[in-house]
Design a protein. Structure first.
Length: 413
Protein backbone atom coordinates (compact mmCIF):
# COMPACT_ATOMS: atom_id res chain seq x y z
CA UNK A 1 0.00 0.00 0.00
CA UNK A 2 0.97 3.60 -0.55
CA UNK A 3 -0.17 6.83 -2.21
CA UNK A 4 0.82 5.54 -5.67
CA UNK A 5 -0.88 2.16 -5.35
CA UNK A 6 -2.47 1.33 -8.71
CA UNK A 7 0.13 3.26 -10.74
CA UNK A 8 1.90 0.94 -13.18
CA UNK A 9 5.45 1.89 -14.15
CA UNK A 10 7.56 0.32 -16.89
CA UNK A 11 11.18 0.65 -15.82
CA UNK A 12 13.65 0.58 -18.73
CA UNK A 13 16.49 2.02 -16.68
CA UNK A 14 19.85 0.85 -15.46
CA UNK A 15 22.65 1.67 -13.01
CA UNK A 16 21.63 4.68 -10.85
CA UNK A 17 19.78 7.79 -12.10
CA UNK A 18 16.80 5.97 -13.61
CA UNK A 19 16.64 3.30 -10.87
CA UNK A 20 16.65 6.07 -8.24
CA UNK A 21 13.53 7.52 -9.87
CA UNK A 22 11.68 4.21 -10.07
CA UNK A 23 12.81 3.23 -6.56
CA UNK A 24 11.10 6.31 -5.16
CA UNK A 25 7.91 5.49 -7.07
CA UNK A 26 8.01 1.87 -5.94
CA UNK A 27 8.55 2.87 -2.30
CA UNK A 28 5.35 4.93 -2.49
CA UNK A 29 3.30 2.00 -3.75
CA UNK A 30 3.63 2.03 -7.54
CA UNK A 31 3.90 -1.30 -9.34
CA UNK A 32 7.29 -1.09 -11.03
CA UNK A 33 8.18 -3.66 -13.69
CA UNK A 34 11.93 -3.57 -14.30
CA UNK A 35 12.89 -4.71 -17.79
CA UNK A 36 16.50 -5.83 -18.12
CA UNK A 37 18.65 -6.56 -21.13
CA UNK A 38 19.73 -9.98 -22.39
CA UNK A 39 21.79 -11.85 -21.39
CA UNK A 40 23.29 -10.21 -18.29
CA UNK A 41 20.74 -7.68 -17.08
CA UNK A 42 21.44 -4.35 -15.36
CA UNK A 43 25.16 -3.51 -15.17
CA UNK A 44 24.72 -2.85 -11.45
CA UNK A 45 24.40 -6.60 -10.93
CA UNK A 46 28.15 -6.79 -11.61
CA UNK A 47 29.36 -3.84 -9.56
CA UNK A 48 31.10 -6.08 -7.04
CA UNK A 49 32.40 -6.50 -4.44
CA UNK A 50 30.55 -6.47 -2.16
CA UNK A 51 27.87 -9.11 -2.53
CA UNK A 52 25.05 -10.13 -0.23
CA UNK A 53 24.59 -13.81 -0.90
CA UNK A 54 24.82 -14.12 -4.68
CA UNK A 55 23.63 -10.59 -5.44
CA UNK A 56 25.53 -7.32 -5.78
CA UNK A 57 24.80 -5.05 -2.82
CA UNK A 58 24.56 -2.10 -5.22
CA UNK A 59 21.77 -3.76 -7.24
CA UNK A 60 19.85 -4.70 -4.10
CA UNK A 61 20.01 -1.10 -2.88
CA UNK A 62 18.59 0.45 -6.06
CA UNK A 63 15.92 -2.05 -7.09
CA UNK A 64 13.86 -3.12 -4.08
CA UNK A 65 10.08 -3.33 -4.45
CA UNK A 66 10.30 -3.98 -8.20
CA UNK A 67 9.21 -6.88 -10.37
CA UNK A 68 11.68 -8.14 -12.97
CA UNK A 69 11.62 -9.54 -16.48
CA UNK A 70 14.40 -9.81 -19.07
CA UNK A 71 13.56 -9.04 -22.70
CA UNK A 72 15.49 -8.85 -25.94
CA UNK A 73 13.81 -5.84 -27.50
CA UNK A 74 15.48 -6.54 -30.84
CA UNK A 75 13.50 -9.78 -31.14
CA UNK A 76 9.86 -9.69 -32.28
CA UNK A 77 8.61 -11.54 -29.21
CA UNK A 78 10.38 -9.24 -26.77
CA UNK A 79 9.12 -6.14 -28.57
CA UNK A 80 5.55 -7.49 -28.52
CA UNK A 81 5.71 -8.09 -24.79
CA UNK A 82 6.91 -4.54 -24.18
CA UNK A 83 4.17 -3.10 -26.38
CA UNK A 84 1.57 -5.01 -24.37
CA UNK A 85 3.07 -3.71 -21.14
CA UNK A 86 3.13 -0.12 -22.40
CA UNK A 87 -0.49 -0.33 -23.56
CA UNK A 88 -1.64 -0.80 -19.96
CA UNK A 89 1.01 1.32 -18.22
CA UNK A 90 0.73 4.74 -16.63
CA UNK A 91 4.43 5.62 -16.72
CA UNK A 92 7.48 4.58 -18.72
CA UNK A 93 10.96 5.57 -17.49
CA UNK A 94 14.07 5.10 -19.63
CA UNK A 95 17.69 6.17 -19.57
CA UNK A 96 19.03 4.61 -22.75
CA UNK A 97 21.64 6.40 -24.83
CA UNK A 98 20.53 9.07 -27.32
CA UNK A 99 18.34 7.66 -30.11
CA UNK A 100 18.20 4.08 -28.80
CA UNK A 101 14.49 4.08 -27.91
CA UNK A 102 13.57 5.56 -31.28
CA UNK A 103 15.61 2.92 -33.13
CA UNK A 104 13.88 0.18 -31.16
CA UNK A 105 10.47 1.63 -32.06
CA UNK A 106 9.66 2.80 -28.51
CA UNK A 107 10.34 6.53 -28.67
CA UNK A 108 7.81 8.95 -27.24
CA UNK A 109 6.15 9.72 -30.57
CA UNK A 110 5.51 6.03 -31.21
CA UNK A 111 4.37 5.01 -27.72
CA UNK A 112 2.14 8.04 -27.16
CA UNK A 113 0.11 7.11 -30.24
CA UNK A 114 -0.70 3.74 -28.72
CA UNK A 115 -1.23 5.15 -25.22
CA UNK A 116 -1.99 8.91 -25.21
CA UNK A 117 -2.29 8.92 -21.41
CA UNK A 118 1.24 7.54 -20.96
CA UNK A 119 3.71 9.61 -18.94
CA UNK A 120 7.04 9.02 -20.66
CA UNK A 121 10.16 10.00 -18.72
CA UNK A 122 13.66 10.18 -20.18
CA UNK A 123 16.88 10.67 -18.26
CA UNK A 124 20.08 11.39 -20.16
CA UNK A 125 23.51 12.93 -19.82
CA UNK A 126 22.68 16.33 -21.33
CA UNK A 127 18.99 16.37 -22.28
CA UNK A 128 17.15 15.54 -25.49
CA UNK A 129 17.73 18.94 -27.12
CA UNK A 130 20.71 21.25 -27.55
CA UNK A 131 24.16 20.79 -29.11
CA UNK A 132 25.19 18.12 -26.56
CA UNK A 133 22.07 15.99 -26.90
CA UNK A 134 23.96 13.13 -28.60
CA UNK A 135 26.69 12.96 -25.95
CA UNK A 136 26.68 10.29 -23.30
CA UNK A 137 26.98 11.40 -19.71
CA UNK A 138 28.13 10.02 -16.39
CA UNK A 139 28.10 11.48 -12.89
CA UNK A 140 31.84 12.16 -13.12
CA UNK A 141 31.35 14.11 -16.35
CA UNK A 142 28.39 16.06 -14.93
CA UNK A 143 30.29 16.98 -11.76
CA UNK A 144 33.20 18.20 -13.89
CA UNK A 145 31.19 20.20 -16.43
CA UNK A 146 28.83 21.73 -13.84
CA UNK A 147 31.75 23.20 -11.89
CA UNK A 148 31.20 21.04 -8.79
CA UNK A 149 34.71 19.60 -9.00
CA UNK A 150 36.21 23.10 -9.19
CA UNK A 151 34.92 24.11 -5.74
CA UNK A 152 35.15 20.74 -3.99
CA UNK A 153 38.34 20.01 -2.10
CA UNK A 154 40.44 21.19 0.81
CA UNK A 155 41.98 24.40 -0.56
CA UNK A 156 41.57 26.86 -3.44
CA UNK A 157 44.76 25.85 -5.23
CA UNK A 158 44.31 22.10 -4.72
CA UNK A 159 43.47 19.52 -7.40
CA UNK A 160 39.85 19.12 -8.55
CA UNK A 161 37.87 16.71 -6.37
CA UNK A 162 34.70 14.76 -7.15
CA UNK A 163 32.08 14.70 -4.42
CA UNK A 164 32.07 11.19 -2.96
CA UNK A 165 28.32 10.72 -3.50
CA UNK A 166 27.06 10.50 -7.13
CA UNK A 167 25.23 13.81 -6.83
CA UNK A 168 24.03 14.19 -10.41
CA UNK A 169 22.74 10.61 -10.68
CA UNK A 170 20.72 10.72 -7.48
CA UNK A 171 19.49 14.28 -8.03
CA UNK A 172 18.42 13.48 -11.60
CA UNK A 173 16.45 10.49 -10.31
CA UNK A 174 14.69 12.63 -7.71
CA UNK A 175 13.94 15.37 -10.27
CA UNK A 176 12.55 12.76 -12.66
CA UNK A 177 10.23 11.44 -9.95
CA UNK A 178 9.04 14.99 -9.22
CA UNK A 179 8.42 15.56 -12.93
CA UNK A 180 6.48 12.32 -13.23
CA UNK A 181 4.24 13.23 -10.31
CA UNK A 182 3.66 16.69 -11.79
CA UNK A 183 2.71 15.09 -15.12
CA UNK A 184 0.47 12.63 -13.28
CA UNK A 185 -1.34 15.54 -11.61
CA UNK A 186 -1.80 17.12 -15.04
CA UNK A 187 -3.16 13.84 -16.40
CA UNK A 188 -5.69 13.58 -13.58
CA UNK A 189 -7.03 16.97 -14.72
CA UNK A 190 -6.77 16.57 -18.48
CA UNK A 191 -6.50 12.85 -19.24
CA UNK A 192 -3.38 13.52 -21.29
CA UNK A 193 0.07 12.10 -20.76
CA UNK A 194 3.27 13.89 -21.71
CA UNK A 195 7.01 13.59 -22.07
CA UNK A 196 9.06 14.38 -18.97
CA UNK A 197 12.83 14.65 -19.16
CA UNK A 198 15.86 15.78 -17.21
CA UNK A 199 19.61 15.25 -17.39
CA UNK A 200 22.65 14.64 -15.23
CA UNK A 201 24.20 17.94 -16.34
CA UNK A 202 21.13 19.92 -15.26
CA UNK A 203 20.80 17.92 -12.06
CA UNK A 204 24.41 18.75 -11.19
CA UNK A 205 23.70 22.44 -11.85
CA UNK A 206 20.90 22.27 -9.26
CA UNK A 207 23.55 21.36 -6.68
CA UNK A 208 25.47 24.60 -7.39
CA UNK A 209 22.76 27.06 -6.30
CA UNK A 210 24.95 28.96 -3.77
CA UNK A 211 28.05 28.95 -5.96
CA UNK A 212 26.04 29.93 -9.04
CA UNK A 213 24.46 32.82 -7.14
CA UNK A 214 27.93 34.09 -6.19
CA UNK A 215 29.34 33.72 -9.70
CA UNK A 216 26.34 35.34 -11.38
CA UNK A 217 26.47 38.29 -8.96
CA UNK A 218 30.22 38.87 -8.98
CA UNK A 219 31.62 37.24 -12.09
CA UNK A 220 34.09 35.39 -9.84
CA UNK A 221 34.14 31.59 -9.69
CA UNK A 222 34.07 30.23 -6.12
CA UNK A 223 36.96 27.97 -5.17
CA UNK A 224 37.34 24.98 -2.86
CA UNK A 225 36.95 25.78 0.84
CA UNK A 226 37.18 22.41 2.54
CA UNK A 227 34.17 21.97 4.84
CA UNK A 228 33.40 25.71 5.04
CA UNK A 229 30.40 27.52 3.57
CA UNK A 230 30.85 30.33 1.01
CA UNK A 231 28.15 32.56 2.56
CA UNK A 232 28.15 31.76 6.30
CA UNK A 233 30.72 31.55 9.10
CA UNK A 234 31.32 29.70 11.29
CA UNK A 235 29.84 26.82 9.32
CA UNK A 236 32.46 24.11 9.02
CA UNK A 237 34.42 21.34 10.72
CA UNK A 238 36.67 22.01 13.71
CA UNK A 239 39.12 19.68 15.40
CA UNK A 240 38.55 18.75 19.04
CA UNK A 241 40.85 16.91 21.42
CA UNK A 242 39.86 13.52 20.01
CA UNK A 243 37.81 13.96 16.84
CA UNK A 244 36.22 16.38 14.38
CA UNK A 245 32.97 18.26 14.93
CA UNK A 246 30.89 20.42 12.60
CA UNK A 247 29.38 23.61 13.98
CA UNK A 248 26.72 25.67 12.25
CA UNK A 249 26.89 29.01 14.02
CA UNK A 250 25.78 30.69 10.84
CA UNK A 251 23.54 33.56 11.93
CA UNK A 252 24.40 36.27 14.46
CA UNK A 253 22.36 34.71 17.27
CA UNK A 254 24.08 31.36 16.82
CA UNK A 255 27.49 33.04 16.61
CA UNK A 256 27.00 34.74 19.97
CA UNK A 257 25.67 31.56 21.57
CA UNK A 258 28.65 29.64 20.18
CA UNK A 259 30.98 32.15 21.81
CA UNK A 260 29.16 31.68 25.12
CA UNK A 261 29.68 27.92 24.93
CA UNK A 262 33.34 28.39 24.00
CA UNK A 263 33.83 30.85 26.86
CA UNK A 264 35.10 33.43 24.40
CA UNK A 265 32.56 36.28 24.39
CA UNK A 266 35.43 38.74 23.87
CA UNK A 267 35.51 37.55 20.23
CA UNK A 268 32.14 39.22 19.70
CA UNK A 269 34.01 42.54 19.86
CA UNK A 270 36.91 41.44 17.68
CA UNK A 271 36.75 43.74 14.61
CA UNK A 272 37.57 40.78 12.36
CA UNK A 273 34.49 38.81 13.45
CA UNK A 274 31.77 41.34 14.31
CA UNK A 275 29.51 40.49 11.34
CA UNK A 276 28.98 37.43 9.16
CA UNK A 277 30.55 39.25 6.22
CA UNK A 278 33.69 39.95 8.23
CA UNK A 279 33.84 36.41 9.53
CA UNK A 280 33.68 35.10 5.97
CA UNK A 281 36.45 37.48 4.90
CA UNK A 282 38.60 36.42 7.86
CA UNK A 283 37.61 32.77 7.92
CA UNK A 284 41.12 31.28 8.35
CA UNK A 285 41.82 33.46 11.41
CA UNK A 286 38.39 32.70 12.84
CA UNK A 287 38.84 28.95 12.36
CA UNK A 288 42.29 29.01 13.96
CA UNK A 289 40.95 30.96 16.94
CA UNK A 290 38.03 28.59 17.47
CA UNK A 291 40.14 25.44 17.10
CA UNK A 292 42.54 26.71 19.73
CA UNK A 293 39.58 26.41 22.10
CA UNK A 294 37.80 23.29 20.79
CA UNK A 295 41.08 21.38 20.87
CA UNK A 296 41.11 21.57 24.66
CA UNK A 297 38.10 19.28 25.15
CA UNK A 298 36.67 16.09 23.67
CA UNK A 299 33.98 15.98 21.01
CA UNK A 300 31.51 14.55 23.55
CA UNK A 301 32.01 17.61 25.74
CA UNK A 302 31.37 20.04 22.90
CA UNK A 303 28.40 18.13 21.44
CA UNK A 304 26.65 18.23 24.82
CA UNK A 305 27.39 21.92 25.42
CA UNK A 306 26.48 23.08 21.92
CA UNK A 307 23.27 21.05 21.74
CA UNK A 308 22.19 22.39 25.13
CA UNK A 309 22.70 25.92 23.78
CA UNK A 310 20.72 25.11 20.60
CA UNK A 311 23.69 25.35 18.25
CA UNK A 312 23.52 22.98 15.24
CA UNK A 313 26.45 20.57 15.55
CA UNK A 314 27.36 16.94 14.87
CA UNK A 315 30.19 14.47 14.85
CA UNK A 316 31.45 13.41 11.44
CA UNK A 317 30.20 9.84 11.23
CA UNK A 318 31.48 7.13 8.97
CA UNK A 319 28.76 5.37 6.97
CA UNK A 320 29.02 2.13 8.95
CA UNK A 321 27.95 4.01 12.09
CA UNK A 322 24.61 5.01 10.58
CA UNK A 323 22.95 1.61 10.47
CA UNK A 324 22.15 1.53 14.18
CA UNK A 325 21.69 5.29 14.58
CA UNK A 326 18.73 5.88 16.95
CA UNK A 327 17.27 8.73 14.88
CA UNK A 328 17.36 6.80 11.61
CA UNK A 329 15.91 3.71 13.26
CA UNK A 330 13.15 5.78 14.87
CA UNK A 331 12.29 7.08 11.40
CA UNK A 332 12.49 3.61 9.84
CA UNK A 333 15.24 4.75 7.48
CA UNK A 334 17.32 1.57 7.71
CA UNK A 335 14.81 -1.00 6.53
CA UNK A 336 14.85 -4.76 6.36
CA UNK A 337 13.90 -5.79 2.84
CA UNK A 338 12.25 -9.18 2.68
CA UNK A 339 13.32 -11.75 0.12
CA UNK A 340 12.31 -15.34 -0.50
CA UNK A 341 11.77 -17.42 2.62
CA UNK A 342 13.14 -15.71 5.72
CA UNK A 343 15.96 -13.87 3.98
CA UNK A 344 16.24 -10.16 4.73
CA UNK A 345 18.66 -7.46 3.57
CA UNK A 346 19.10 -4.04 5.16
CA UNK A 347 19.01 -0.98 2.89
CA UNK A 348 18.49 2.77 3.16
CA UNK A 349 14.74 3.42 3.36
CA UNK A 350 12.21 5.82 1.86
CA UNK A 351 12.72 9.40 3.16
CA UNK A 352 9.22 10.61 2.25
CA UNK A 353 6.47 10.52 4.90
CA UNK A 354 2.79 11.09 4.12
CA UNK A 355 0.40 11.60 7.01
CA UNK A 356 -2.48 9.79 5.32
CA UNK A 357 -0.65 6.47 5.38
CA UNK A 358 0.63 4.44 8.28
CA UNK A 359 4.39 4.11 8.12
CA UNK A 360 4.16 0.35 7.78
CA UNK A 361 1.84 0.73 4.77
CA UNK A 362 4.40 2.75 2.86
CA UNK A 363 7.46 0.91 4.14
CA UNK A 364 6.86 -2.74 3.20
CA UNK A 365 9.76 -3.30 0.84
CA UNK A 366 10.46 -6.45 -1.12
CA UNK A 367 13.89 -7.64 -2.23
CA UNK A 368 15.22 -6.56 -5.62
CA UNK A 369 14.28 -9.15 -8.26
CA UNK A 370 16.58 -11.86 -9.49
CA UNK A 371 17.19 -11.64 -13.23
CA UNK A 372 13.93 -12.57 -15.03
CA UNK A 373 12.34 -13.56 -11.70
CA UNK A 374 8.78 -12.45 -12.50
CA UNK A 375 8.71 -13.34 -16.21
CA UNK A 376 5.95 -15.90 -16.01
CA UNK A 377 3.70 -13.86 -13.71
CA UNK A 378 4.08 -10.77 -15.90
CA UNK A 379 3.38 -12.68 -19.12
CA UNK A 380 0.38 -14.37 -17.56
CA UNK A 381 -1.01 -11.00 -16.52
CA UNK A 382 -0.66 -9.28 -19.87
CA UNK A 383 -1.31 -12.26 -22.19
CA UNK A 384 -3.84 -14.30 -20.25
CA UNK A 385 -3.40 -17.42 -18.16
CA UNK A 386 -1.31 -19.14 -20.82
CA UNK A 387 0.78 -16.04 -21.32
CA UNK A 388 3.99 -18.04 -21.25
CA UNK A 389 2.85 -19.58 -24.56
CA UNK A 390 1.42 -16.41 -26.03
CA UNK A 391 4.23 -16.13 -28.56
CA UNK A 392 3.46 -19.72 -29.59
CA UNK A 393 -0.12 -18.81 -30.42
CA UNK A 394 1.19 -16.03 -32.60
CA UNK A 395 4.05 -17.75 -34.37
CA UNK A 396 3.77 -21.54 -34.03
CA UNK A 397 3.11 -24.26 -31.50
CA UNK A 398 6.68 -25.10 -30.44
CA UNK A 399 8.14 -21.76 -29.35
CA UNK A 400 11.26 -21.30 -27.26
CA UNK A 401 11.68 -18.63 -24.68
CA UNK A 402 14.22 -17.10 -27.07
CA UNK A 403 11.31 -15.54 -28.97
CA UNK A 404 10.67 -13.39 -25.94
CA UNK A 405 13.78 -13.25 -23.83
CA UNK A 406 16.65 -14.43 -25.99
CA UNK A 407 17.25 -17.60 -23.95
CA UNK A 408 17.46 -21.07 -25.44
CA UNK A 409 15.32 -22.70 -22.75
CA UNK A 410 11.67 -23.62 -23.09
CA UNK A 411 9.15 -21.36 -21.37
CA UNK A 412 7.69 -22.98 -18.26
CA UNK A 413 4.00 -23.92 -18.33
Amino acid sequence: MGPLTGLKVIDLTHVMAGPTCTLMLADMGAEVIKIEKIPAGDDTRYMVPPKIGDEAASFLMMNRNKKGIALDLKKPGGAKVLRRLIANADVLVENFGPGVMDRLGFGYAETSKANPALIYCSLSGFGRTGPYKHRRGFDLVAQAMSGIMSFTGEKPDGPPVKCGAPLSDITAGILAAVGILAAYTHRLKSGQGQWVETSLFEAALVQTYWQAAIALATGVAPKAMGSAHPLNAPYQAFETADNWIVVGGANQKHWLRTLEVLGALELARDPRFVTNDLRCRNRPAMAETIEAITGRQTITHWIEKLNTAGIPCAPINTIDKLFDHPQLNARNMIVKVKGEGCRTVRTAGNPIRLGGYAENDVQTPGLAPALNQHREAILNEIMGRRGAYWAGAMEGADVLQSEICGSATRVAK
